[in-house]
Design a protein around this ligand. Structure first.
Ligand SMILES: [Zn+2]
Length: 263
């Protein structure tokens, strides 16, 4: 397996993985749903004069991405046995009086901060009050989407074959992704823009002057990871690989246990 970085910024990373197969690529993608991510899980309302029901505000609070400087344990694996303690639960308080727009930054808690402080929660009219306390815990995206660290998707790397190009440039305008360019009278197809729609392949078959062939690679994949802000995009990938590895080890352990029993 070989990894080549294609592009990277604060929120998104794109890279090429060579020498795997579709099953492994998809297992890595699915493993991000098992990365423990902090999110608000319970809300207690003391006062809510706003136009929104308690449930709607609670739902909005649940979707706010949270960052932490502390290391948390998953509640069910914590020494408190799921009762909730400082090792597995973070508490927030929110107190606001209108007229005001309540933002995510108005949540006050220790050791935890919101990723996007300017996310609006609710608009309070004159003399309307909102008073609540919340608890955030670690969870996984498999159980609830609010615990998802980001988006991961991948494409097969396109294998391009161009024969007998006469430089007519007709294929350039057929490509909906504008992946085809011409240099020194020779066309080239950008593998990062091409999504293998085969519009150019069909055109070349119709015209019969040249031949363009594009196939999806079965072992090279372009990966994209976009974070919601709780983790860096490269951390999402590393954590997903670690989880996949530990799941496979567990699977192996269970299999060998069963094999021993049969003997
Ligand atoms: Zn605990």
């Amino acid at each position: 397996m070989k990894i080549e970085k294609i592009s990277k910024d604060k929120e998104k990373i794109c890279f090429l993985i060579k020498g795997i197969n579709n099953t492994i690529a998809n297992s890595i993608r699915r493993s991000i749903l098992e990365i423990p991510i902090l999110a608000i899980d319970s809300v207690e309302f003391y006062k809510n004069d706003s136009a929104l029901y308690d449930e709607i505000i609670a739902h909005r609070l649940g979707l706010i991405p949270l960052k932490t400087t502390k290391t948390f344990t998953q509640k069910e694996k914590c020494s408190c046995k799921g009762k909730g303690c400082s090792k597995c639960t973070a508490s927030f308080k929110l107190k606001a009086k209108g007229p005001i727009m309540v933002y995510a930054k108005d949540l006050k808690g220790r050791g935890i901060e919101v990723v996007y402080p300017d996310m609006p929660i609710v608009l309070l009219g004159k003399d309307q009050e909102l008073l609540l306390s919340t608890e955030a815990t670690l969870g996984i995206g498999k159980e609830h989407a609010k615990h998802t660290p980001g988006l991961v998707w991948f494409n097969s790397y396109p294998i391009v074959e161009i024969k007998n190009c006469n430089g007519c440039q007709e294929c350039i305008s057929t490509c909906p992704r504008k992946a085809i360019t011409i240099k020194n009278k020779k066309i080239t197809i950008d593998p990062l823009k091409c999504d293998i729609c085969e519009a150019c392949v069909e055109l070349s078959k119709k015209r019969g002057k040249c031949s363009i062939n594009i196939k999806p690679s079965k072992e090279d994949f372009i990966f994209y990871i976009e974070t919601f802000g709780q983790l860096k995009p490269e951390e999402i990938f590393i954590d997903a690989i670690k989880i996949l590895d530990s799941n496979l080890k567990e699977f192996e352990k269970q299999l060998s246990k069963k094999a021993k029993k049969k003997k």
